[in-house]
Design a protein around this ligand. Structure first.
Ligand code: ATP
Length: 271
């Protein structure tokens, strides 16, 4: 039971509304994963769901958020990226055992490249055994049509997956950097709970200046800006909540000098 609890990570409180933009990706994921699990009778024949879906794209774009959201909707077995080596093959077997018992389930493995990376040399025996066990268990799931288990993987290094791993993901979905609308939504959502005096026009300006920022970068930007009002307090130790002025456009201007886009052009080549 301890293992079961460890496997079933708490995913409460993640909803589709928490994920800004990515309308296409969200729809595709629902069609490929959620609906087939909830309504298998509608997804027969060539509509049968893929056994594996890989979310790939630059870091910090919401792949983990999507995975967690699916996990909370589909009675899923959710694993953050794992210390696989320490946990060993036993953990892999336990993971699949829990997934079978609780069907329909989604097994979500974040940073799946760390588990299924193609390593020609220096691959440790322990790593190789875990990888083999994982693939064996996975193929076991496909043996019967009754198995309503879908593997969901996320990676920002898709070409590091080897052929054997790639075959397990017949469907792949690119999760892109947020567009202007996505960036605006992220800022709006984060600022909603804060006192600020940003005008709509200033918000648009921030969106203009953040082309190439990932969702995670937008998050960092807002957090950095939110420190501005605190920084301008003379004596923080004796300050009270009333002494904190609203977050301003100038705070964002300052934050924009601190926070740079973390995704390089090279990261984007994987598209
Ligand atoms: P990595 O590949 O580095 O694991 P990822 O694509 O899985 O990255 P997440 O972990 O989902 O990225 O996102 C990191 C953080 O960035 C989130 O916790 C959230 O704060 C913010 N974020 C990223 N994308 C979005 C988005 N589309 N909507 C809202 N927040 C986002």
């Amino acid at each position: 039971e301890a293992i079961e609890n460890e496997i079933l990570t708490d995913t409460q409180g993640v909803s589709w509304d928490d994920i800004a933009g990515l309308q296409q990706a969200k729809k595709a994921v629902q069609m490929a994963v959620i609906y087939p699990l909830l309504k298998p009778e509608l997804f027969q024949g060539i509509r049968a769901p893929p056994k594996g879906l890989l979310l790939f794209g630059p870091p910090g774009t919401g792949k983990t958020l999507i995975g967690r959201c699916i996990a909370s909707q589909a009675g899923a077995t959710f694993r953050q990226h794992l210390g696989w080596i320490g946990e060993g093959e036993k953990m892999v077997r336990a993971l699949f055992a829990v997934a079978r018992v609780r069907q329909p389930t989604v097994i979500f493995i974040d940073e799946i490249d760390s588990l299924l990376t193609q390593r020609t040399d220096g691959e440790q025996e322990a790593t190789r055994r875990i990888k083999t066990e994982f693939l064996v268990q996975l193929d076991g799931c496909g043996s019967s049509n009754e198995d309503r288990i879908i593997l969901l993987g996320a990676t920002n290094r898709p070409h590091e997956l080897d052929e054997a791993a790639r075959r397990r993901f017949p469907k792949r979905l690119y999760v892109p950097l947020p567009d202007r609308d996505g960036r605006r939504t992220i800022v709006r959502n984060l600022m909603r709970k804060q006192t600020h005096d940003l005008t709509d026009q200033q918000l648009e300006q921030i969106c203009d200046q953040t082309d190439g920022f990932s969702g995670a970068d937008m998050d960092s930007l807002c957090r950095e800006a939110a420190y501005g009002p605190i920084r301008s307090i003379a004596d923080i130790a004796t300050a009270s909540v009333e002494d904190v002025r609203p977050i301003s456009h100038a705070d964002f201007a300052y934050a924009l000098r601190q926070v740079r886009p973390s995704v390089s052009a090279k990261d984007l080549e994987i598209h």
